[in-house]
Design a protein around this ligand. Structure first.
Ligand SMILES: *Cc1c(COP(=O)(O)O)cnc(C)c1O
Length: 382
């Protein structure tokens, strides 16, 4: 894994060790011929920072290299990267197959923006490849995967899905935010385009929002000319620079997070108050074989359920936590929790909403002892 691929700075004044931040909206040209060439192929030119900027290009190249793809683009958010990618390949009348449990705003793009514009969409359980195959029509253009998906951490058999899609000329995209390029490389399993929310583990410090898409240059160029340049969901050079700093410690952070998570999950599984744990590394995960086949790590994001059956008890557990902060997102230094009882609606039947005793936990870089002590305090408060 070449995270430390050379950052070429020898032609920059003073040969700095770290590339400078190109805090500039545009770039100048000495000759009309060069200016003209830049307009003719803006993908390959440094012309205007809504297109290419050196800091963003370096970050995109690194993520592409880690994923084993030819090219990539970074954007202002994961949602921006996913949207720009999907719209670059669809027209009215096209059909898309998407796995249930896709990230909320990806589902929103499909249901509330693309469907009214005439794109047809089928939602299927991604664990069931026969269900995926059965929904194909002669207009099916894309297959949207996210493995694992959040909350229940269900996997798709990536190679089987990608092989089947390729046979039928269906473009595949996979949201790889959970696994990071360290633990899963969907392109090597046949997926065309891999997207990331950089806001999570890749940046790793909860201080910015960013996204990426990587894949074959032919497809990345199409995204550049369609969704990327048009919607303008660009990343700032300063944020790209910060992400490069975060990326340098990705393997070390992930190693520590996995070690701490194993200790915490082990502890949780011994607590009588814990009803169930949904973690890819836990023996109870029903797709352990597939996890081992297509992933090399299981990270620090998981869910668990407690043996509580009323809202007040569910809230008392979360309210008592001090070290573990209540917040959305994940992947930073701080351990974070989302109590699903935050969304509980007493008007809706229990079977149609998330269990009120469920919590999603992102383990950070604090010590396992401190995290466990905090969880114990939560259990004591119930
Ligand atoms: C957070 C997230 C996104 C969206 O990324 P943003 O950077 O917040 O726009 C997409 N997919 C997954 C799986 C995520 O966790």
């Amino acid at each position: 894994m070449k995270i430390h691929s050379p950052e070429e700075t020898k032609d920059i004044p003073y040969s700095p060790i770290v590339p400078p931040v190109y805090q500039t909206s545009n770039f100048s040209f000495r000759r009309v011929a060069d200016f003209r060439a830049a307009f003719e192929d803006e993908y390959a030119a440094t012309l205007y920072s809504r297109g290419q900027n050196p800091n963003c290009a370096l970050l995109a190249a690194k993520i592409a290299e880690m994923e084993g793809t030819e090219a990539g683009l970074v954007m202002g958010s994961g949602a921006g990267a996913i949207s720009a990618t999907i719209v670059s390949f669809l027209s009215a009348g096209d059909h898309v197959i998407a796995v249930k449990g896709l990230y909320t705003w990806t589902a929103n793009l499909m249901n509330n923006i693309l469907m009214p514009l005439g794109v047809d969409i089928s939602w299927v359980d991604g664990r069931d490849i026969d269900a995926i195959k059965a929904t194909r029509t002669d207009r099916t253009r894309m297959l949207l995967l996210e493995s694992p998906n959040s909350l229940y951490f269900h996997l798709q058999d990536i190679k089987a899905c990608a092989d089947w899609a390729r046979q039928h000329n269906i473009l595949t995209t996979l949201d790889n935010s959970y696994a990071t390029p360290l633990f899963q490389n969907p392109h090597s399993l046949g997926v065309d385009l891999v997207t990331h929310s950089i806001s999570k583990y890749i940046n790793g410090h909860s201080d910015l929002v960013a996204g990426a898409v990587v894949g074959p240059e032919r497809l990345i160029r199409q995204i550049f000319l369609k969704g990327y340049m048009t919607f303008g969901s660009v990343l700032s050079a300063a944020d790209a620079h910060l992400i490069l700093r975060g990326l340098r410690s990705l393997p070390a952070r992930m190693r520590q997070i996995q070690e701490t998570t194993a200790t915490v999950v082990d502890w949780l599984s011994q607590q009588s108050m814990v009803r169930e744990i949904y973690h890819l590394g836990h023996a109870s995960h029903p797709q352990r074989e597939l996890v081992k086949r297509q992933m090399s790590g299981t990270t620090g994001l998981f869910s668990f359920r407690l043996r509580v059956d009323d809202l007040a008890s569910a809230e008392r557990f979360a309210d008592a936590l001090r070290l573990i902060r209540m917040a959305v997102s994940w992947g930073g230094y701080e351990s974070l929790i989302i109590p699903l009882c935050s969304f509980y609606d007493s008007e809706i039947p229990a079977s149609e909403q998330h269990p009120l005793d469920m919590y999603r936990l992102s383990i950070g870089l604090e010590s396992a002892d401190d995290i466990i002590a905090d969880l114990q305090a939560g259990l004591d408060a119930i």
